[in-house]
Design a protein around this ligand. Structure first.
Ligand code: G4P
Length: 192
């Protein structure tokens, strides 16, 4: 998506450890016009797929998920990263390890909010090593719901998480697909 790619080139900063900083329009200050355009593009990509629920994980995926939910007129569910008093009753939980932050956590969702009749679109802001999205696909599997696919704003393809999901037969769409970030130079794979 050219709009997003242009913005990444203009304002993104490549930090040590292959981390792309996009705090000025996505991760801290949010450009709502760009967010709406990204949500509309996602809705176009997944139109007519019978999706009835958008799902993500806290925290930074929630804004994009809410925008997609609003454009597609669908409810949004987000998994918690820890058991909390807001998650009561029977829960589904999946262990995840973040390579980016070198931390382990449990991804938790109320069983009542994810049911076998759901056809789910998973969304997130970033897809890197894929730990978060792998855990989300596992929660969908455990619930008995079906998976329509994955949509992310930015995929760092060289970290392999997206292609590992594709190899499992899961549809993965990235609005900006980064092939490499060597020497701080961002190279995109294609333009949607
Ligand atoms: P991982 O396996 O390396 O952890 O990668 P994954 O794709 O699962 O993404 C995990 C976390 O790392 C996500 O946020 C994701 O947004 C963030 N992330 C990965 N690469 C980058 C990057 O290059 N730039 C930025 N800005 N974020 C990146 P999280 O740790 O779950 O935290 P939260 O911010 O959503 O709370």
């Amino acid at each position: 998506m050219k709009l997003l790619e242009d913005r990444i080139i203009m304002e993104g900063a490549v930090l040590p450890g292959n981390v792309l900083k996009v705090g000025s329009f996505l991760n801290q200050k949010i450009d709502t016009k760009l967010l709406r355009s990204m949500a509309e593009e996602t809705a176009r990509l997944y139109e007519g797929q019978g999706i009835n629920k958008i799902m993500t994980v806290e925290a930074s995926g929630i804004a994009f998920a809410a925008a997609v939910g609003m454009v597609m007129d669908l409810p949004v569910l987000f998994a918690k990263k820890h058991q909390s008093s807001n998650v009561d009753g029977e829960t589904l939980a999946c262990h995840a390890h973040s390579y980016t932050h070198n931390t382990d956590y449990n991804m938790v969702v109320s069983r009542a909010y994810l049911t076998p009749s759901d056809h789910v679109l998973l969304v997130d802001d970033f897809l890197a090593n894929g730990a978060a999205l792998n855990a989300l696909t596992e929660l969908v599997r455990m619930s008995g719901a079906s998976l329509a696919g994955v949509a992310v704003c930015i995929e760092k393809r060289f970290q392999g998480g997206g292609d590992a999901l594709r190899a499992k037969g899961i549809r993965v769409e990235a609005l900006a697909l980064i092939e490499s970030m060597e020497d701080g130079k961002i190279k995109f794979a294609h333009t949607i």
